[in-house]
Design a protein around this ligand. Structure first.
Ligand SMILES: Nc1ncnc2c1ncn2[C@@H]1O[C@H](COP(=O)(O)OP(=O)(O)OP(=O)(O)O)[C@@H](O)[C@H]1O
Ligand SMILES: [Mg+2]
Length: 353
C-alpha cells in the first residue's frame, strides 16, 4: 500500500483517451457508427499505488485496461508510461517496451495454453525478450514459482492439473517474468472461489511491496477494491465520473453515480448506520449512442436541465477529488496531496456534444 505522503511520481499518465470500436453494417460493410467503449478519460497512476477501477458491466473497464498497455490501437489520446507515450510507438518499439507493462486476466483457465507445461508458460516471455541460457531460464522460472507460492516440483505439469487459484498464480508468475513496473489486473479474482480470492489478493499485495509494482485493479467487487486500492476511479458508460482517494470515496462519494454504486456496499463497521440503498431506474444507454450532455443524465436521481445539454468535465472539486458533475462544485481548495490550490480541469470536456 502506498504511503500517502508526497511527492509522488506519476508512472502512468492518461490524457483524453478514446477507444472506439467501429460498427460496420449492410452488404458493403459501411462504417455507420462506433461503440464508444472508452470516451475521453484522463487520469494518472502514481508509482507504487493501486488504482481501483469500478463500474457496472459494460462501462468500459476492460477496454480501458487493455488500451492502457496498448493491447488495442487507441482511437485517440495518449498514455505515457514512465515517460514514454506508448500510443505512438512503432511495433518494434512497443515490443521492447512490453516487458514493463503486463496484464493479469480474469480467467486463468482461458488465458493459459493447455498444451504447455507451467515452466513453458512462465518461460515464454523469457524466450521472447531475453537471451538467458537454458539453465538461467530454469533458475528464473523456479524463482518466479517461489515468488507466487507454486511448488517447483510441478514445473512440468500442465495447467489442467492445477486448481483455479494455482492457475491464477501461474498467470501472475508469467506476468512477473520480465520485471514489469505496471500491471493491469482485470478482475483477477472474479473467477475464483471466494475462499481463494483473499489468498490471491494477498499475494498481489505482497508482490507489489516486494517488487515496487504499480497496479490498475479492475473489479466488480467493491469490498475487495476497498481493501486493495489506494485511490478509486468510478466509470460509467465509457467515462470517469469520480476519482478519489479510497477512504474519501467510500466514506462520502460525491458523484450521484458513485453514491448509487457504493450504496450497495455493506458497511463493515456496525457502529456506523448502513447507508440507504439507492436503486437506479432504467437501463444503461448503449455506448454506440450515449445521451447528449452528461452520460449519466438519463438515470441520475438528481438530474437538472443543464445535465441534458452540457457534458460536465472531470474537475478537482476538493484536494485529490475529481468529479464530473454539474451539481458538485469546487470548494475552496487548499494545498492538498496533489498540491492543487484551485479547481483543475482534468480534460477538455465541457463542450456540448
Ligand atoms: N472488441 C470489441 N468490439 C466491439 N465492441 C466491444 C469490444 N470490446 C468491448 N466492446 C464493447 O465496449 C463496451 C465496454 O466493454 P468492456 O468489456 O470494456 O466493459 P467492462 O466494464 O469491462 O465490462 P465487464 O464488467 O462486463 O467486464 C461494451 O459495450 C462492449 O460490448
Ligand atoms: Mg471487463
Amino acid at each position: 500500500m502506498l504511503d500517502a505522503s508526497p511527492p509522488r511520481k506519476k508512472l502512468v499518465e492518461v490524457k483524453n483517451l478514446k477507444m472506439y470500436f467501429p460498427i460496420h453494417t449492410g452488404l458493403l460493410r459501411r462504417h455507420t457508427g462506433d461503440v464508444k467503449a472508452v470516451d475521453d478519460i484522463s487520469f494518472d497512476i502514481y508509482e507504487g499505488e493501486t488504482l481501483g477501477l469500478v463500474g457496472e458491466s459494460g462501462c468500459g473497464k476492460s477496454t480501458a485496461g487493455r488500451a492502457l498497455i496498448r493491447l488495442y490501437e487507441l482511437t485517440s489520446g495518449s498514455v505515457t508510461i514512465d515517460g514514454v507515450d506508448i500510443a505512438t510507438l512503432s511495433a518494434e518499439q512497443l515490443r521492447l517496451k512490453r516487458p514493463t507493462m503486463q496484464m493479469v486476466f480474469q480467467d486463468p483457465q482461458a488465458s493459459l495454453n493447455p498444451r504447455m507445461t507451467v515452466s513453458a508458460i512462465i518461460g515464454e516471455p523469457l524466450d521472447e525478450h531475453t537471451t538467458l541460457t537454458k539453465a538461467e531460464k530454469l533458475a528464473r522460472i523456479y524463482e518466479l514459482m517461489d515468488a507466487v507460492g507454486l511448488n517447483r516440483n510441478f514445473a512440468n505439469r500442465y495447467p489442467h492439473a492445477f486448481s483455479g487459484g494455482q492457475r491464477q498464480r501461474i498467470g501472475i508468475a508469467r506476468a512477473l517474468a520480465l520485471n514489469p513496473k505496471f500491471i493491469v489486473c482485470d478482475e483477477p479474482i472474479a473467477a475464483l472461489d471466494v475462499s481463494i480470492q483473499a489468498q490471491v489478493v494477498n499475494l498481489l499485495e505482497d508482490l507489489q511491496e516486494k517488487f515496487g509494482l504499480t497496479y490498475l485493479f479492475i473489479s466488480h467487487d467493491l469490498s475487495m477494491v476497498r481493501h486493495i486500492a489506494d485511490r478509486v476511479a468510478v466509470m460509467y458508460l465509457g467515462q470517469i465520473m469520480e476519482l478519489s482517494a479510497r477512504d474519501a470515496l467510500y466514506a462520502d462519494p460525491l458523484h450521484p453515480y458513485a453514491k448509487a454504486l457504493l450504496s450497495a456496499v455493506p458497511e463493515p463497521d456496525p457502529a456506523k448506520a448502513a447507508r440507504a440503498r439507492i436503486i437506479l431506474q432504467g437501463d444503461v444507454p448503449s455506448p454506440a449512442n450515449p445521451p447528449k450532455g452528461c452520460n449519466f443524465c438519463t438515470r441520475c436521481p438528481q438530474v437538472i436541465p443543464v445535465c441534458r445539454e452540457v457534458q460536465p468535465a472531470l474537475t478537482e472539486v476538493a484536494p485529490g477529488r475529481f468529479v464530473a458533475c454539474h451539481l458538485v462544485q469546487p470548494t475552496a481548495l487548499t494545498a492538498g496531496p496533489t498540491g492543487g490550490t484551485e479547481a483543475k480541469e482534468h480534460n477538455q470536456q465541457g463542450a456540448t456534444r
